[in-house]
Ligand binder design. Structure first.
Ligand code: HAM
Length: 560
């Protein structure tokens, strides 16, 4: 028996009714982004690997361990092989090889036919100088591997040559040769079906491109910003995206190998104000608004500044020095990080290491005046807008491009993977990718984690993922009338499930209870009188409602 196929570990199917929640989150996000004047950008889900290596950083966990990377197939370099082959044959007396010509008079259609057969070149091997069509003519085909198709194409080409009067090859001796590459010149000549198979020594495969499924989208957005010269307008670019990202992490609740991010980036030339602390504050205020509108309460905004790259270099030195006397008491990972990337010691979650980490210097003390002033202005704007935050000196984030402001919104309900979203400034990323100076700031939220948070809140009120009403026609003769009623209510924007008159009432009630908040009974009497019986499943109350008031009744929370 064949094995049942399942979704790959760390990936999952999203099914209704949960997908309704995903759609609602995305609609709310789009609505908020539009109000803040952001436009949507859609970049490819895979990019050249070097984009992430350069952008996100070779030393980060994401790039060093978690990327889905593949080599995008090798390309056979046919022209290179032909050129080398001709070169070799030209110098081997007594052959006199001329590429690409059988004769010059009226053979275009014949050549086209040969091309269609995959015989890429026709080589005239003259006995005398010039074209001597009564001499030996070779039809040669260059292929990456030996295949029966290539052999058959050559045989067919010879038939064609002999039968086509315009080819002027009817009288010629025609030899067939298939040239394939080999790394070792063994068995150089083989005869198969009257076709000479020549193994030609050399490597004729171009090194392939290395591609990666995007593990995050900031690098892709900045790549697009550079590629399309978006900075040339002189305006700030405010771009948002919604889509899948891929990281080979150990799957657990809230952590998947394919997950979806809702993110946004503000980027532009400094003259457009891209470095202003107001941009940082506006993004954070927008996020507070978005989370509120999504119905997520109880979040914490953790804020830090990692300074300029010079500040960070200073801090790295301070950390390195402070770690020397204590690192031997720390976990193996920290001992390694203390050497390779001391900043990452701050991410350590091992309980025994925490008291030691508490004693390490904080990055705030290594910031220069400009970074300090910038961060103070961000905090002042947040205070003015009443956006609550806590400072977290250890928030250094796991991607290398960050400068100055960094932040995370966490939520207690999420357990170990408690970061709902993360982001920060990346003032040097564009230059790192070969672009113009273009400071930026952005964030990405884990949509899967938003859904988990909202689902936990919905547990008490699962009705939110159900249709407004289920229409139960009493008998097949009322099916058409039920369709008309469903159409009326749906035109009012209501989410309606249509039952079937073939069901017994008990079955309709069971189906309705699973899928909808109300059931509407539609019998002959209801149809004639225009007064419908509506039962609310959460209160158990049954109400008589005039058909004209039904839409309002169903969409008013008071009907709960
Ligand atoms: P990040 O912190 O790597 O930042 O990811 C942002 C959010 O994506 C996390 O807070 C989390 O909610 C979600 N996330 C990350 N990995 C997973 C996973 N394996 N499963 C489920 N959710 C996950 C970035 O990606 C940056 N590009 C953010 C940014 C934009 N910075 C500036 N602009």
């Amino acid at each position: 028996m064949s094995q049942t196929l399942k979704a790959v570990r760390g990936t999952r199917d999203l099914l209704p009714p949960e997908t309704a929640l995903w759609n609602r989150i995305e609609a709310t996000a789009r609505d908020v982004f539009a109000r803040y004047n952001f436009g949507e950008i859609r970049t490819p889900v895979f990019e050249e690997t070097s984009l992430f290596a350069r952008g996100v950083g070779e030393e980060t966990d994401i790039v060093s361990k978690e990327m889905y990377t593949w080599s995008d197939g090798e390309r056979f370099e046919e022209n290179k092989m032909i050129a080398e082959w001709i070169d070799k044959n030209r110098s081997t007396a007594p052959h006199n090889v001329q590429p690409g010509r059988i004769n010059e008079q009226g053979t275009q259609s014949f050549l086209a036919k040969l091309n269609a057969l995959g015989v890429q070149r026709q080589v005239y091997r003259g006995i005398q100088q010039g074209l001597n069509l009564t001499g030996v003519t070779e039809l040669v085909c260059f292929r990456p591997v030996l295949s029966t198709e290539a052999v058959a194409a050559l045989v067919k080409a010879r038939e064609l040559a002999r039968s086509d009067s315009s080819s002027q090859l009817q009288q010629a001796r025609i030899e067939l040769r298939l040239v394939i590459p080999t790394s070792a010149p063994l068995n150089q000549w083989v005869d198969r079906n009257d076709v000479i198979i020549e193994q030609f020594e050399g490597s004729f495969f171009a090194s392939s491109q290395t591609l990666t499924l995007r593990p995050e989208n900031t690098a892709g957005v900045v790549r697009a910003y550079i590629e399309h010269g978006l900075g040339e307008s002189g305006q700030l670019q405010k771009l948002y995206y919604i889509g899948p990202q891929f990281r080979r992490e150990r799957p657990q609740k809230g952590r998947y190998r394919q997950f979806s991010q809702i993110g946004a980036e503000v980027i532009g030339p400094p003259s457009a104000g891209s470095e202003s602390p107001l941009r940082d504050a506006e993004i954070l205020e927008m996020l507070a608004t978005l989370l509120d509108e999504l119905g997520i309460s109880g979040w914490t905004l953790e804020l830090n500044s990692v300074g300029s790259s010079a500040d960070r270099a200073r801090y790295n030195e301070a950390l390195r020095a402070a770690l020397v006397p204590v690192v031997s008491q720390m976990c193996a990972d920290c001992q390694r990080r203390a050497v390779t990337n001391p900043l990452r010691v701050l991410d350590c979650k091992v309980p025994a290491d925490q008291p030691i980490i508490e004693t390490l210097p904080v990055i705030a003390d290594s910031l220069d005046e400009a970074s300090r002033v910038h961060f103070a202005a961000v905090m002042a704007a947040l205070d003015a807008a009443d956006v609550p935050y806590t400072r977290n000196h250890r928030l250094v984030r796991g991607l290398d491009y960050y400068t100055r402001t960094t932040f995370e919104f966490t939520h207690g309900g999420l357990g170990a993977q408690n970061a709902l979203l993360g982001g920060g400034r990346y003032d040097g990323l564009s230059e790192m990718l070969g672009g113009p100076r273009a400071p930026g700031i952005g964030f990405a939220m884990g949509e899967d984690r938003l859904v988990l948070t909202l689902l936990a809140a919905l547990d008490q009120n699962a009705a939110a993922l159900k249709a407004e009403a289920y229409i139960a026609p009493l008998g097949d003769s009322l099916n058409a009338a039920a369709l008309v009623l469903a159409r009326e209510l749906r035109h009012h924007g209501l989410w309606i499930e249509l039952g079937d008159g073939g069901f017994r009432l008990k079955k309709s009630f069971e189906a309705a209870d699973k899928t909808a908040r109300h059931i509407i009974i539609l019998g002959e009497d209801e149809l004639k009188s225009g007064i419908l019986t509506v039962k609310n499943f959460s209160t158990g109350i049954q109400t008589k409602v005039p058909r004209t008031e039904l839409a309002v009744f169903l969409s008013t929370p008071a009907s709960e």
